[in-house]
Design a protein around this ligand. Structure first.
Ligand code: TXA
Ligand code: MG
Length: 342
C-alpha cells in the first residue's frame, strides 16, 4: 500500500510509484487511481499477469479488458490500424475518459481481448496512472478494481474492501474524479458506436466528429450488447435497489409502503431533495443541478448502504442528458433493471 499525492510533478521523486511499477513489470497485479475509477493493472503483454486480474476479481473470462497506455508510441504495438476518426478523437480526448476499440495486432494477449479480434485502449488523465504506466514501460491491462459485480471503486478503501490480500498492492491517490468509467467507443466501422456510456458524453463526441450511434443492446433486453461486459449485473450494493422514477412524493409513497411491511428502507437522493424524505437511511449523492457531482459520488453512495442494515434501497432517477446517461446506465444495472415509473 502506497499513498501518493494526486498531482505528481516529477515521477522520479516518487519511489512508491517506482516500486509499484517494478511489481507490475514482474507480473504482479496492482491497483491504481485513474480519473474515472481505480483500476486493477497488470502487464498486458503477459498471459500469466493478466490471469491474476481475472482471478482476483472473480471476473468471467469472456469479458475483455481495457489496455492503458501513457504515450501514443505504446499504441502502435497493440493495434493493426488507426482509423482517421480515432486519430481525431485521440487528439481531442486523450488523456481522458474515452476508450477506443481498435483492430488488434497479433501478439496482444488473447486473455486481454477475450479472444476478440479487437482491443480496447485508453490513456487515462491522471498523473499517478500515467507515471506508473511510463515507469513500468509496458501497456497495462486494467479493469475497475472491484470484485466482479460490485460497484466500481472511487477510493482506495473501496479497493481494500474488495481485494485486500488478493493483489500485490494499491497505490492510493485519493478520490478519483469523474466517478463513472470511461466511455467505450467502437470506431472500427463507418459510424462510431458507443458501447458503454461514460465520462465523455455523446454530445461531446458529436461536437468533434458528428453523429455517433448508441449500441441498441444497451437499451433493450432483446438484443445482446456488443460490449461483452455490458450484459453482466454490476455495481450492485448488497441490499436490493429499486429505481423510483417520479416525484419525491411518489418515491416517499414507495418508501412508506415498504416500511409498513416492516422493512428498513434506504433512499438515495440529492442535495436538493433530501429534505423530502422520511426513511431509515438517507444517503445524499451530489446535486441534481450538476449531474457530474452525482456521477462522482454514485459508487461511494451505493457502497455506503452496505454498512447500514437496510433491507431495500429506493433511488431517485436522473435526467438522461450528458453524464446523466452514464449515471442512469449504471443505476439501472445496479438495480437489476427494477425501475418503477410514476
Ligand atoms: O474508466 C474505465 O474504463 C476503467 C478504468 C480503470 O480505466 N476501466 C474499466 O474497465 O471500466 P472494465 O473492465 O471494468 O470495463 C471494460 C469494458 C467492459 O464493458 C468490456 O466488455 C469492454 O470495456 N471491452 C473491453 N474490450 C472490448 C472490446 N475489444 N470490444 C468491446 N468491448 C470491450
Ligand atoms: Mg468494471
Amino acid at each position: 500500500y502506497w499513498s501518493v499525492d494526486k498531482n505528481v510533478e516529477n515521477e522520479k521523486n516518487y519511489p512508491q510509484i517506482h516500486e509499484a511499477a517494478m511489481l507490475l513489470r514482474d507480473g504482479e497485479a496492482i491497483a491504481f487511481p485513474t480519473e474515472t475509477v481505480y483500476g486493477l493493472g497488470a502487464d498486458a503483454t503477459s498471459d500469466a499477469a493478466v490471469a491474476k486480474i481475472f482471478e482476483a476479481k472473480g471476473r468471467p473470462s469472456d469479458n475483455p479488458l481495457i489496455v492503458h497506455i501513457a504515450s501514443q508510441s505504446q499504441l502502435e504495438k497493440l493495434v493493426s490500424d488507426v482509423p482517421p476518426i480515432a486519430r481525431i478523437l485521440m487528439e481531442h480526448f486523450w488523456p481522458g475518459p474515452l476508450t477506443l476499440i481498435f483492430p488488434k495486432r497479433d501478439g496482444v494477449s488473447a486473455k486481454v481481448t477475450a479472444g476478440l479480434d479487437t482491443v480496447a485502449v485508453r490513456m487515462p488523465d491522471h498523473d499517478i496512472a500515467l507515471a506508473l504506466i511510463a515507469a513500468a514501460d509496458v501497456p497495462v491491462a486494467a479493469p475497475s478494481a472491484n470484485r466482479s459485480g460490485r460497484p466500481s471503486p472511487t477510493l482506495a478503501s473501496h479497493v481494500q474492501e474488495d481485494l485486500e490480500g488478493k493483489i500485490a498492492g494499491i497505490v492510493d491517490g485519493g478520490a478519483t474524479g469523474v466517478g463513472v468509467e470511461s466511455t467505450v467507443l467502437d470506431c472500427t466501422g463507418a459510424v462510431p458506436v458507443i458501447l458503454r456510456p461514460g465520462g465523455v458524453t455523446k454530445e461531446q463526441l458529436e461536437e468533434v466528429i458528428g453523429p455517433v450511434l448508441v449500441d441498441p443492446g444497451l437499451e433493450s433486453h432483446v438484443e445482446k450488447p456488443k460490449s461483452p461486459g455490458m450484459k453482466y449485473t454490476h455495481y450492485a450494493p448488497k441490499a436490493p435497489l429499486v429505481i423510483a422514477d417520479g416525484s419525491t412524493s411518489f418515491v416517499q409513497a414507495l418508501i412508506d409502503e415498504a416500511r409498513q411491511e416492516g422493512l428498513k428502507v434506504g433512499v438515495l437522493t440529492t442535495a436538493e431533495q433530501k429534505g423530502s424524505y422520511k426513511a431509515d437511511q438517507i444517503i445524499i449523492c451530489g446535486k441534481r443541478e450538476d449531474l457530474s457531482t452525482v456521477a462522482a459520488g454514485l459508487y461511494e453512495a451505493l457502497r455506503s448502504f452496505d454498512s447500514t442494515d437496510v433491507d431495500v434501497i429506493y433511488s431517485e432517477a436522473f435526467p438522461q442528458i450528458g453524464i446523466g446517461i452514464a449515471v442512469m446506465n449504471r443505476l439501472v444495472k445496479a438495480a437489476g433493471h427494477q425501475v418503477i415509473k410514476e
